[in-house]
Design a protein around this ligand. Structure first.
Ligand code: AMP
Length: 366
């Protein structure tokens, strides 16, 4: 890790079992980014507490997410990897920031309400802008009425701003859905800087990945827990194969050319396979033959079952070693604790420096 590299910061919320959409859409790109950035990566357990009130599950999910990232290649020598709650300075900074956060900014925020949308009754599904606004208002009303809308949920973006600003992050890689939160962070940082003069807080840039891929699920829609169409990351071979075989396909018969662009089996295969392997599958799709050069014998005919088998094999090969490592780590919590404690110590060194700067600017300390 050299300080000349731009610093990036990523938070991971420990919620449920990760699926291959999380891996390809979030974990793999973050580990790629760590090669060129001074990376801070934390498990957002304080954020998880907004909705997870079962201590056993919160603990389990924190370990599960830590072990998932470690098993997939996170190198704790390169990346500062820590648990959010191990750096209490973040809550102190969050309070200072809260004193500069206009309420309107938080009430306009959307994720707070959508986060809990699952608990709200059926809302309008029309996606026109005014309908979305109405839907949000309806969700909010219900959440407020049931008491499910906590202060923590509404002020979530303030804690997120503290997560980022506490480490002088230069860039924060986020999906489009998180863009608004980052703008809130920038706005709060500017307000603090304006109030005290100078660069008390470093205003981070959003690294919005416009090309962000959407990994399709079993039914072709975005892979998501809420659609129940996921393939969990560390399934054993048998359940993994079963899941892959459940992918929805069209009714093209054996031996007829298959449509591949945007097709779930083909797209998922491409995300895991080396280019030559994906090209070979494409040739089979287009010819309807396992080996396009080997004629029309019945045993050479290619169909959906063969495509799915090819997908199963490439996922299984890619994830076999990480799965074993995940299981090993989940049974060695002492080791995981030690790694996280080490990460927290490195994170706190930076956090205490930034917090001291803020405390002194505000007049809370000399
Ligand atoms: P979630 O647990 O659903 O909030 O997902 C965590 C992160 O995983 C998201 O911020 C995305 O970056 C990524 N992700 C989740 N589902 C998908 C998907 N189907 N395709 C691509 N990325 C995804």
């Amino acid at each position: 890790m050299t300080s000349a590299r731009p610093r990036s910061l990523t938070g991971i919320k420990p919620t449920g079992t990760p699926h291959i959409g999380n891996y390809l859409g979030a974990i793999r790109p973050a580990l790629e980014l760590a090669k060129t950035h001074d990376s801070f990566l934390f498990i957002a357990d304080l954020h998880a507490l907004t909705t997870q009130h079962d201590p056993k599950r919160l603990r389990e999910e924190t370990y599960a997410v830590a072990c998932t990232w470690l098993a997939l290649g996170l190198d704790t020598k390169e990346v500062v990897f820590y648990r959010q709650s191990d750096v209490p300075e973040v809550t102190m900074l969050a309070w200072v920031l809260a004193c500069f956060t206009p309420m309107g900014l938080l009430l306009r925020g959307h994720s707070a309400y959508e986060e809990l949308a699952g608990e709200a009754p059926a809302a309008p599904v029309d996606e026109s802008l005014s309908e979305v606004a109405k839907k949000r208002a309806a969700i909010r009303e219900v959440l407020e009425a049931t008491g499910a809308l906590s202060h923590g949920i509404v002020s979530y973006p303030v804690l997120m701003a503290a997560d980022i600003l506490l480490y002088d992050a230069d860039v924060v890689p986020v999906g489009k859905d998180q863009k608004q939160h980052l703008e809130i962070t920038q706005e709060i940082a500017r307000k603090v800087n304006n109030a005290y003069g100078g660069e008390v807080l470093r205003v981070p840039k959003a690294a919005i990945r416009e090309d962000v891929m959407t990994v399709p699920g079993l039914d072709g829609r975005k892979m998501s827990k809420s659609y129940d169409n996921t393939i969990e990351l560390f399934l054993e071979p048998k359940p993994l194969r079963k899941r892959v075989m459940q992918i929805t396909t069209d009714s093209t018969t054996l031996g007829a050319p298959l449509h591949h662009a945007g097709e779930t089996v083909f797209e998922l295969h491409k995300l895991f396979a080396a280019p030559e392997r994906s090209a070979a599958l494409l040739a089979s799709y287009q010819s309807g033959r396992k080996d396009p050069a080997s004629g029309d014998a019945p045993e050479n005919l290619f169909g959906w079952g063969h495509g799915k088998q090819a997908l199963y094999e490439v996922i299984e090969e890619s994830l076999r070693a990480p799965r074993a490592e995940y299981q090993r780590l989940m049974n060695d919590r002492g080791h995981v604790d030690a790694l996280l404690a080490e990460g927290a110590e490195r994170a706190r060194t930076v956090a205490q420096g930034v917090l001291a700067r803020v405390m002194s600017a505000t007049g809370l300390r000399i």
